[in-house]
Design a protein around this ligand. Structure first.
Ligand code: FAD
Ligand code: NAD
Length: 478
């Protein structure tokens, strides 16, 4: 039996569902195949992001932040809160409700826009055919004019720390603990390690983070990564750099982790261990040998800047292709491909992808770091402004961090903006817009920002590039 569609999408994460919705909006008959089932065993749309990634982790980050605020910081602002307690099962259940609401929202968007959701597994065959196997094992061949591959990514596993049912878990398991582990180990001081390490640290775990590299957050602007390490350490994360995990064994209801550092062989006893050492593209069972799509040397689906694979009319988008593994990058690629199929000419600007680490304070940036510019031998100017001098941050009792604007020394064009501070994830959007419009630091300095807002720190940092931030002492007369 075969069915005909203009577009078949494999994978309903942010890359695939955005592509499918946009294709349907553009008038194409569109089917989207998704194999995942949610925590309730029912088919679910939304991919890693909605089910096991961005959304559930932020639900727990926001909840645990509120808890630590109530417990440790309300007193600073004149609120007495006694007996502040955590109900972990309730917190997890609420997280599941948020997920359910949003994944159900995608089901609604598919229905409303006319996307056919096919629950099961897709495999790309030759000649733009896709084999679809539903959850009962029934196979159908789909004929398509265009196929968009969006199968996403999965956590990297490391041989010294094989996952177990309950003790050694990946990020998905770390979103499901039924109680606060007294001692928690995390392998990897990357984005997931710091976000989920922060969640459980706030809720009461003693957290040790083992990171292989000697450097902390090498992709973050150096000054900010230095400050972030201090702040997160003060919050209670015991971050051990330059460690090599050699084994992890479950013994008597706990995990014994062995690792090497500059002082030799060490062991660490923890109640749970999270392995968060990166993600890899997921292509298992996706491609028939004669489908014409190739992988690159790192196992990603090979695509050009327009997300075209080596096979005509076959595209790949999201975590499964080169570039940062981020939900917004994935959806933008999905939408670009849909619109290109319709004959429009959008592009994804890979130079203005915002990055955020949702610790508290948040760390967010767009564009180049100072160390990258130095390494490239570029001439640049820097302006920065601390939240400790920002009225709104002071009013909110949330003053850690700063904004740093880096501009080209000659043209003044903004090359990078780096924020650590309250709502950095929201603030960085202003920098993305400015950079998309090729703004100079002077342009940002000439724009009026509402007072009192955290965003005024962006304004001041931009003024600082030319040395005339208003709320800083500057004795040079110009
Ligand atoms: P996915 O979301 O992985 O979706 C791919 C889908 O394809 C999956 O549902 C999978 O089941 C399905 N699939 C695969 N193969 C097949 C097949 N053969 N047939 C049918 N279906 C198939 N990013 C951010 O930008 N911000 C964040 O705050 C953030 N937080 C994160 C937190 C965690 C804990 C994790 C793990 C990730 C986080 N990410 C975050 C990353 C983000 O989740 C991914 O970048 C994003 O989900 C990638 O989207 P995608 O559509 O490419 O892939
Ligand atoms: P990551 O690449 O951010 O960090 C992995 C860390 O583990 C690195 O610092 C790496 O040096 C370290 N590492 C690797 N092997 C190790 C080993 N054997 N022992 C000790 N340390 C080791 O990866 P992640 O944190 O797993 O996240 C995966 C992806 O998911 C990221 O690429 C990110 O783009 C995405 N994500 C994004 C967000 C966000 O946007 N806020 C949140 C979570 C995840």
């Amino acid at each position: 039996m075969s069915e005909q569609y203009d577009v078949v999408v494999i994978g309903a994460g942010p890359a695939g569902y955005a592509a499918a919705i946009r294709c349907a909006q553009l008038g194409f008959s569109t089917a989207c195949i998704e194999k995942d089932k949610g925590n309730d065993g029912e088919p679910t749309l939304g991919g890693t992001c909605l089910n096991w990634g961005c959304i559930p982790s932020k639900a727990l980050l926001d909840a645990s932040h509120k808890y630590i605020e109530a417990k440790e910081h309300f007193a600073d602002i004149g609120i007495t809160a006694s007996n502040v307690e955590v109900d972990v099962p309730k917190m997890i259940a609420r997280k599941d409700e948020v997920v359910k609401g949003l994944t159900g929202g995608i089901t609604g968007l598919f229905k409303g826009n006319g996307v056919t959701a096919l629950y099961g597994t897709g495999k790309l065959l030759a000649n733009k055919q896709v084999s679809f196997t539903d959850h009962d094992g029934k196979e159908t061949t789909l004929e398509a004019e265009h196929v968009i591959l969006a199968p996403g990514s999965v956590p990297v596993a490391i041989p010294p720390a094989p996952l177990t049912e309950d003790f050694i878990v990946d990020s998905t398991g770390a979103l499901e603990f039924s109680e606060v582990p007294k001692r928690l180990g995390v392998i990897g001081a990357g984005v997931i390690g710091l976000e989920l390490g922060s969640v459980w640290n706030r809720l009461g775990s003693e957290v040790v983070v083992l990171e292989a590299l000697e450097e902390f957050l090498p992709m973050v602007d150096e000054r900010i990564s230095r400050d972030a390490k201090k702040i997160l350490t003060n919050q209670g994360l015991d971050i051990r750099l330059g460690t090599r995990v050699t084994g992890a064994e479950v013994k008597d209801g706990a995990v014994e982790v062995s690792y090497q550092d500059s002082e030799g062989e060490q062991t660490l006893q923890v109640d749970k261990l999270i392995v968060a050492v990166g993600r890899r593209p997921f292509t298992e069972g996706l491609l028939a040998p004669d489908c014409g799509v190739n992988l690159d040397e790192r196992g990603f689906l090979y695509v050009n800047d327009l997300c075209q694979t080596d096979a005509p009319n076959i595209y790949a988008v999201g975590d499964v292709v080169r570039g940062p593994m981020l939900a917004h990058k994935s959806s933008e690629e999905g939408v670009m491909v849909a619109e290109r199929i319709a004959g429009f000419k959008p592009l994804v600007n890979y130079d203005t992808i915002p990055n955020v680490i949702y610790t508290h304070p948040e760390i967010a940036w767009v564009g180049k770091t100072e160390q990258q510019l130095k390494a490239d031998g570029d001439n640049y100017k820097v302006g920065s402004f601390p939240f400790a001098a920002n009225g709104r941050a002071l009013a909110a009792n949330d003053t850690q961090g700063s904004v740093k604007v880096i501009a080209d020394a000659d043209s003044d064009r903004i090359l990078g903006v780096h924020v650590m501070g309250p709502q950095a994830s929201e603030i960085v959007a202003q920098a993305v817009i400015a950079m998309e419009f090729d703004a100079s630091a002077e342009d940002l300095g000439l724009i009026m920002f509402a007072h009192p807002t955290l965003s005024e720190a962006v304004h001041e940092a931009a003024l600082g590039v030319a040395g005339h931030a208003i709320h800083m002492i500057n004795r040079k007369k110009k």
